[in-house]
Design a protein around this ligand. Sequence first.
Ligand SMILES: Cc1cc2nc3c(=O)[nH]c(=O)nc-3n(C[C@H](O)[C@H](O)[C@H](O)COP(=O)(O)OP(=O)(O)OC[C@H]3O[C@@H](n4cnc5c(N)ncnc54)[C@H](O)[C@@H]3O)c2cc1C
Length: 439
Amino acid sequence: MPLLPARPAVTDTRRVVIVGAGFAGMAAAKGLDGAPVEVTLVDRNNFSTFQPLLYQVATSGLNAADVAHPVRGVFQDQANLAFRQATATGVDWDRRRLLLEDGALDFDHLVVAAGACTNFFGVEGAEAHALPLYGLRDAVRLRNHVLGRFEATDASPALIDDGALTFVVVGGGPTGVEVAGALVELFDRVLRKDFHTLAVSRARVLLLEMRDELLPPFSPPSRRHARAILEARGVEVRTATTVERVGATRVRLAGGEELRAHTLVWAAGVRANPVAAALGLPTGRGGRIVVDDHLRVRDRPGVFAVGDVAAAPDRHGEPLPQLAPVAMQAGRHVATQIRADHDAGATRPFRYVDKGTMATIGRRAAVAELPLGIRLSGTPAWFAWLGLHLVFLVGARNRFSVLVNWAWNYLTWDRGPRLILDTGPQAPGEPPGEPVTRR
Ligand SMILES: Cc1cc2nc3c(=O)[nH]c(=O)nc-3n(C[C@H](O)[C@H](O)[C@H](O)COP(=O)(O)OP(=O)(O)OC[C@H]3O[C@@H](n4cnc5c(N)ncnc54)[C@H](O)[C@@H]3O)c2cc1C
């Protein structure tokens, strides 16, 4: 008798290839569970990353494994899905084949869900010296770097005057606010005790934003609240401030001011994954693939693009924001489109349901803006943020581990995962992110 139940035979040979196992690709793949199609999910990594919690990995709040989940583990019971760890590099449109670094996959439907990557906006030296926070490796590198600066300064305190304990965060959106808030907490509450002979009080966190206010997607009261909390906790917030050049230990601002800083965290924006152009698909602003309101790519029958890589239009034709709920809803929608196509049913336009926006600032501090004009801040918003992120994390083990870490951090003011780990060479196809020259 076989140890494992035999997989049911697939009754239709139509092949669906999904590029990217992030929020959008995973939602599309799950939405095709049980459909009479063969699904191949391709990702350059064998895991899916929960990006909203990367900043907690970078600031020693969580382990890397808490915010990532092996893709194969998610689909153990989905008989019509195969996973392939590979990097997509192009498409042979005549033969309808997705080209991979190490092979090719034939498709009838192609779903491009390859996400985005860091946008340095051409700022001189940023790509070489700034620390982005887009993927899991970025988060671990940033953690290594931050802790490494404290170790170096402990050995040579004179480095403080050279900016070794000055941490510049560029970008006043949710990620920049979260990173800045978490860094001051890490320094004040944890590293101050770890490095008891070092003048940790001299560590500075600067948050730079080129616009006049932080958190542009939020209402003015939430923006003001976030700024007030950050400043009260010791973050030096500078709005209307533009970074002009980034060096290994210096940051030059527009206007000529030079900051001594060994760390510059780049949280200033993203652009669509360049694979969009490599696949020969039409792209618009930010390199995002142009799709119609059904999420179809023009002149490419059977091809869809979803999530951050695409510019799905809202009811007014404006591109929807690059957010996890947009990606998940779009992924699910494409799965229903493919099913409807199979049943010869009519396809429907995609309508995004906005359930609100949240950003956390630090312990018991967050802002949340929900439908019907409901606005929360402080502790209620923080608990709402914690609960929501726990619900959306993939995998019971991850949820349990994150909950235990959060409870531990909350009760003890401690942060366990403050480890300096060797991240090794870059993964195949991974966008550059290692600022090897930054000291
Ligand atoms: C630091 C950070 C914090 C964020 N916080 C929030 C938040 O609090 N709330 C919120 O709503 N949104 C947040 N976002 C945005 C949110 O994470 C994205 O909108 C969401 O991840 C988009 O999902 P996606 O599936 O389009 O792309 P991703 O989740 O990025 O997935 C893309 C996948 O494609 C794979 N891939 C890329 N290129 C290739 C290739 N050539 N071949 C094969 N595979 C490839 C990647 O490995 C990846 O797994 C945050 C983003 C970042 C970076």
